[in-house]
Design a protein around this ligand. Structure first.
Ligand SMILES: N[C@@H](CCC(=O)N[C@@H](CS)C(=O)NCC(=O)O)C(=O)O
Length: 410
């Protein structure tokens, strides 16, 4: 299973952790009428043994056209999991844009000890989501699409009034927050997705997905040495490209943090403390890539990044509290003792790469209206049902990620 959510327990009135047993989860599943989650290591593996991720189920866009989802305050909540890079993205972006009062968030956990029914609310009183009364994330999927039989995953944007999943398209969710939710953002919200440069940002995001973000999962879930080697080479080759790019650029597109930096960060921050568990021998830890490591440490100083996705929390996530095992894993023996504040301290060196060292973000021009800023957002190739559209051999990923095409422009 995707090692993303935290172990299941809730807190009783005395403030003590209460375990969430399989028997309780079973009873809740019967009450809610949900099915066990399918196993991706069986149902999402192709004939070569490679991991072929299920498509996102809810991809109806937010927009201004008829039939599009409409941005609204107080209607949606982001359901997410601590360990899940896909769901950290929208939570980080929401916080950067000052949308915390507009879109709530809920953390999910395993359901029961064996997580048979997928994401649940083991951390909540009665193991029930106080916002909606749900026991499982999959209830929102079933309500939105009774035919849905896949895995209910994070992030999911849930309509908390209708108690239905409305969008789990992590390729574009952050772009919707950036553009369609612009009228609700704080006054000084940064511009993470400048209209003039969306094409370049989308192209890099489409490259980051298979090589970096899903690079980990391609290694972690594949079932054959051939598929593993392909994913391994691809991932480390991608790190070399990013290392080169970040040698001359403070952030991926230069002086300012953009949507792409959030996407790169959420995967790379996990590598040395969490993902390494699942991927076999590591060629090189991330902290041995001088530029990537400096880049991550600087991003980690930004509260929205640090609060929602930091190495200490990820390293300690899910470590059993009772100990007592004959052999304890590396995280429990070693990472619990690491001084993360010291290890992750930013030395300020990367500021020298910027023309505006004190400014991390691009700001919207005074007087800009929603109409000025709205317009096309990514139509990402990764949601296409046709493999021909997504096959890298067809040239869809011709971008050279080692070079910043916007050098000096953004
Ligand atoms: N939405 C995507 C991916 C998001 C995703 O894989 N999220 C993981 C956490 S990192 C998840 O929620 N897994 C839950 C499960 O498989 O039960 C999908 O449907 O494949």
């Amino acid at each position: 299973m995707e090692a993303c959510s935290i172990a299941a327990h809730s807190v009783n009135t005395a403030g003590e952790a209460q375990p969430y047993t399989d028997e309780e989860a079973e009873a809740h599943a019967r009450e809610a009428g949900v099915d066990p989650r399918p196993r991706e290591t069986i149902s999402e593996i192709d004939e070569r043994g490679a991991f072929i991720r299920q498509p996102n189920a809810f991809i109806r866009p937010f927009g201004d056209k008829e039939g599009d989802l409409k941005a609204e305050a107080g209607r949606y909540a982001i359901y997410w999991a601590i360990g899940c890079n896909w769901s950290n993205r929208p939570v980080i972006v929401r916080d950067l844009l000052g949308l915390q009062d507009v879109i709530k968030d809920r953390l999910v956990t395993h359901s029961g000890q064996t997580n048979k029914y997928g994401h649940g609310f083991g951390n909540q009183p009665g193991h029930k989501d106080p916002l909606t009364g749900a026991y499982f994330l999959s209830e929102f999927y079933k309500r939105a699409d009774p035919e849905f039989t896949g895995r209910a995953t994070t992030p999911t944007l849930v309509d908390i009034i209708e108690k239905k999943a409305v969008n789990n398209d992590y390729h574009r969710l952050t772009n919707y927050l950036e553009v369609q939710f612009r009228p609700f953002q704080s006054k000084d919200a940064p511009d993470l997705y400048p209209k003039k440069f969306r094409k370049e940002i989308d192209e890099l995001n489409d490259w980051l997905f298979p090589h970096v973000n899903n690079g980990h999962y391609r290694m972690a879930f594949c079932q054959s040495p051939e598929a593993y080697d392909e994913a391994y080479e691809d991932f480390y080759d991608s790190l070399d490209k990013l290392e080169k790019r970040l040698g001359e650029n403070r952030f991926l597109f230069g002086d300012y943090i953009t949507d792409s930096d959030v996407r790169a960060y959420v995967t790379l921050v996990r590598w040395d403390v969490s993902y390494y568990h699942n991927v076999g021998p590591v060629k090189k830890p991330i902290r041995d890539y001088k530029n990537i490591w400096g880049y991550l440490r600087e991003l980690n100083t930004v509260p929205a990044f640090h609060k929602n996705s930091n190495a200490r929390t990820l390293a300690l996530n899910g470590i059993p509290k009772d100990g007592g095992a004959l052999f304890r894993g590396y995280n429990e023996r070693i990472l619990t003792k690491v001084d993360f504040d010291k290890l992750w301290a930013d030395d300020g060196e990367r500021r020298k790469l910027s023309r505006t060292p004190d400014e991390l973000f691009l700001r919207h021009p005074e007087g800009e209206t929603y109409e000025d800023y709205a317009g096309e957002i990514s139509t990402t190739i990764w949601n296409s049902p046709s493999w021909a559209d997504r096959n890298p051999k067809n040239g869809v990923l011709s971008v050279d990620a080692s070079v910043n095409p916007l050098k000096g422009l953004l």
